[in-house]
Design a protein around this ligand. Structure first.
Ligand code: SAH
Length: 349
């Protein structure tokens, strides 16, 4: 019976060693193959020239080597680069390179589409097709790192999980990818330079704390009033703010790592004084800072960026209360690469 071949890059080094032992070979063979896959970037078993032919055939029988393919690369007038990344099963995700004076940041996807239903986000309109595997996440980072070296003459400095999907709904694979990114055998990046952004799944935030992760956490808050938040992020009706708060307190007690709240201010939705007061109050529960994100219109105008005065009122109130607030201008808008715009627009899916 023909069983489906496994993606060999989904295996840890330990699992590869075990495979060879189970086949009556030496565990060391696992190290050699692992090195081919990860350090030498082999795209086929044929490439593995110091591995005996019979062993390569054995691998061929059991496994495939999947690699992503950057199908299309677009460059924005502001230097932002967007990759349309084709996966082995022909699905497509997007990742973005965001250069500033001092940093180059990769914004990567964790799922094909998204299972959440934030009304203001283009990705939410694509239903969730599947989770990305660890190697598919890792490969997006490597592709952006290469582009950063090519176009900006410097390696990638930061990674944000703010592309397509909800990273905490693909928990294990995201953590495996981060392990690889931070390990000396992968890219050796510091976890402090990695931010995982979640729309706020309390149970999984607690799990992150229990797993003692070392990367940073961002939460897409957008409102600190339950009725407003569940009006624009319907899934959040299941996760009331009191549960979110409790999970964030737990996160901080375990990690001592400050949380970033992402927040867009929309006209007529969350631009009132009571919205501001609620945010200020929420920010006091756990050490945190606020990123005010510019809204990137995705459609017909149900959502509109609030007036500058409303944004100023937010900034004043937060600063008066000693809360750090940063206004994030959109990047890559002209190529639909900004927050919430990733939706495979150029794909005929
Ligand atoms: N699912 C995760 C990862 C996505 S991050 C999360 O929700 O955090 C993308 C960020 O951009 C989130 O803060 C999201 O709320 C925000 N966003 C979504 N659509 C947007 C839009 N149209 N304009 C500006 N920000 C948007």
């Amino acid at each position: 019976m023909q069983t489906e071949k496994k993606d060999i890059r989904a295996l840890t080094k330990e699992q590869l060693r075990d495979f060879f032992v189970a086949q009556g070979d030496k565990a060391f063979r696992g190290n050699q193959v692992y090195e081919w896959l990860w350090n030498k970037g082999a795209h086929s078993f044929e490439d593995m020239t110091n591995i005996a032919k019979v062993t390569r055939n054995l691998l061929e029988e059991h496994f495939v080597i999947n690699h992503i393919k950057v199908d299309q690369m677009q460059r924005s007038a502001d230097g932002t680069v967007k990759n349309a990344v084709r996966l082995h099963d022909d699905l497509v995700v997007e990742s973005v390179l965001i250069p500033t004076e001092t940093r180059t940041t990769a914004c990567v996807s964790s799922q094909v589409g998204c299972s959440l239903d934030c009304n203001f986000c283009a990705t939410a309109r694509l239903k969730r097709m599947r989770n990305l595997n660890p190697d598919e996440i890792y490969d997006q980072v490597v592709a952006i790192d290469n582009e950063s070296r090519l176009y900006y003459d410097r390696p990638l400095s930061n990674i944000v999980f703010m592309g397509m999907g909800e990273p905490l709904m693909n928990y294990n694979n995201v953590l495996k990818a981060i392990d690889k990114i931070t390990s000396p055998e992968g890219l050796g990046m510091s976890p402090k330079r990695i931010t995982v952004s979640t729309s706020g799944v309390p149970k999984m935030i607690k799990k992150l704390a229990d797993d003692e992760v070392k990367f940073k956490l961002a939460v897409s808050l957008h409102s600190a009033i339950d009725e407003v938040r569940s009006g624009i992020m319907p899934f959040s009706a299941k996760f009331p703010l009191k549960d979110l708060r409790e999970s964030l307190e737990y996160w901080y007690s375990k990690t001592k790592s400050r949380i970033t709240y992402e927040y867009v201010v929309w006209k007529g939705i969350n631009d009132r004084k009571e919205d501001i007061d609620a945010l200020v109050k929420f920010c006091k529960y756990v050490p945190s800072k606020v990123n005010l994100i510019e809204y990137n219109p995705i459609d017909d105008g149900e959502f509109q960026q609030a007036n500058p005065e409303a944004i100023d009122n937010y900034i004043k109130a937060l600063e008066q209360n000693g809360i750090v607030v940063v206004v994030r201008r959109s990047r890559g808008k002209d190529i639909d690469a900004a927050c919430g715009q990733l939706a495979n627009k150029n794909e005929a899916v």
